[in-house]
Every structure is written in C-alpha cells, then in structure tokens.
Design a protein around this ligand. Structure first.
Ligand SMILES: C[S@@+](CC[C@H](N)C(=O)[O-])C[C@H]1O[C@@H](n2cnc3c(N)ncnc32)[C@H](O)[C@@H]1O
Length: 254
C-alpha cells in the first residue's frame, strides 16, 4: 500500500509505538524528528531516517493500536478485556450486537470493527457528549455507519429484539437484566463489566431470579515483559485492575 496524506501509520522509534496521521507538520521523539510528508509514497514496513539519524519504522496500525489511543472522558474498556468479550459474545461478520453505556466508545469501536460491513452495533448512552466522543473515535476508523446510537437512559427496555449479543458497561447493570433478557435471542450471550466485587454479587443475585444459565465471572490479569532475552523478566508496573467480567446465556425458563 502506497501511503498518502490522511492515512494512519504507527511509527516505531526508540522502542516505542506512535499512532500518527499523515499531514503537514513534524513528528518529534526525545532524540529526533521527521517531516510527516516524508511518509507519503512510502509503504508499511519501510523505514525513514530522522533529521538526526534515528530510524523510524513505518508499521500498519492495528485495531489494537487505535483502541489504545481512543480519546477518553470516561473509564474505557481495555484491550485485554475486549479480547475475551469479542470471543464470548462471538462478535463477527453480520452480527447484531447491543451495548449499553458507550462512554468514550472504546468497546463500540471494537464491536463495529468486528461486526463487519453487514453487521450492526446498537449503542445506548444517556450523555449526549459521550455519544459525540464515541462518534469521533469511530470516525478515525471510518466505522460510524455500523453503529446506531440511542441517546437515552435505559431503564425498562431496549428497542431492538432478537440481538445476537449484549454487553452492559454501566454502574448498575443488575437493573438492566430483565431488559437484556427480553432483547436477546434464546441461548445467546450477555456480558457485563463491573469494577467492584460487591457489584458482581448484586449481578449474580439478580441473575439467579431470571432465566440465565452458564454464568461465569472472570478477572483478566495481563503482565507485560521486558524484552531482553538475557534478562527476561516482567515489567515493574502493570495495570493491576480494570474490572470483573460476567457472562451468561439466556434461556426461556429455568
Ligand atoms: C464506563 S462508561 C462506558 C465505557 C465504554 N464501554 C468504553 O469502552 O469506552 C459507562 C457509561 O454508561 C453510561 N450509562 C450509565 N447508565 C446508563 C443507562 N442506564 N443508560 C444509558 N447509559 C448509561 C454513562 O453515561 C457512561 O458514559
């Protein structure tokens, strides 16, 4: 692919990844800088030299790179949790997935990417400013068309029926369990993220009274390593806590 103005690239320089849009101007690291228009006409995988001699490798941005750089004004879902959510909800080509609590839209971007051109994401959010922010984040990936936003505070029901999967990232998800049950296809998955264990207990207690089975609770810990083959060891710091994931499947009766 020959790169042009407006394309995104990851510049890998001095051991770090930088997600950059090609436009007029400069990109600086601690030690060096390049003129961004020098990227035009290059291909992913090539390198260019900075004005002070450092190498800048041109990499293809992945959805992972975009998710790490989502503009955020709320807590967002992290790639480590999104990975399992995508598998558990079986998010793929043509699926209709509903989420409540779009926030900054990190999960919305991932869902929109994986449902493909024929799929749809239905996203509920009570704050208009967050819908605008999520739309801005989606537009960087050119995925706005795949998401239908509902600006509303959900209490009793969702508009859609027979959806393939639902994800709730709201403060009080136990209140939305009846609405989620109603909107889901039979046998299909519901996912929830909550940051505290007492919220998990409340969800579990409420779920026991509804036709949900195959209930699971997960916490995902991801520990990065320093990539020195002679002194291989974990990084000193890690993101120790994001939240607890709860998954369950809808049945018609218990
Ligand atoms: C933590 S944020 C979601 C973050 C999002 N999953 C992401 O990855 O960027 C939670 C959002 O849920 C919204 N919210 C909470 N309760 C809601 C409800 N009952 N109906 C609609 N939106 C709700 C809040 O306004 C907030 O923006």
């Amino acid at each position: 692919m020959v790169l042009k103005k407006g394309d995104y690239v990851v510049l890998f320089a001095e051991g770090k990844r930088h997600l950059i849009k090609i436009k007029e101007g400069y990109f600086h690291t601690h030690k060096d800088f390049i003129e961004l228009t020098e990227l035009e006409g290059k291909n992913y995988g090539e390198k260019i030299q900075g004005k002070r001699g450092c190498d800048f490798y041109i990499l293809k941005p992945t959805i992972y790179d975009f998710l790490l750089k989502v503009e955020r004004k709320t807590q967002i879902l992290y790639p480590k949790d999104i990975g399992l959510i995508l598998l558990k909800l079986e998010v793929g080509e043509g699926k209709r997935i509903l989420e409540c609590g779009c926030g900054s839209g990190a999960l919305t971007c991932a869902l929109a990417y994986f449902v493909g051109e024929k799929g749809k994401v239905f996203s509920y959010e009570r704050e208009e400013a967050f819908i605008k922010l999520a739309q801005k984040n989606l537009s960087r990936l050119e995925l706005q068309e795949r998401v239908l936003f509902h600006h509303q505070e959900v209490r009793d029901s969702f508009e859609e029926e027979e959806v393939d999967g639902i994800f709730l990232d709201v403060k009080e998800p136990w209140e939305l369990l009846p609405a989620s049950h109603k909107a889901l296809k039979g046998g299909h998955p519901l996912g929830i993220l909550v940051p505290t264990t007492n919220q998990v207990s409340l969800v579990l207690r409420t779920m026991q009274e509804l036709p949900f089975v195959d209930v699971e609770v997960w916490e995902i810990l991801m520990r990065p390593y320093k990539i020195n083959p002679e002194r291989l060891r974990p990084e000193d710091l890690m993101i120790a806590h994001t939240g607890y994931l709860i998954f369950a499947k809808k049945v018609f009766s218990l």
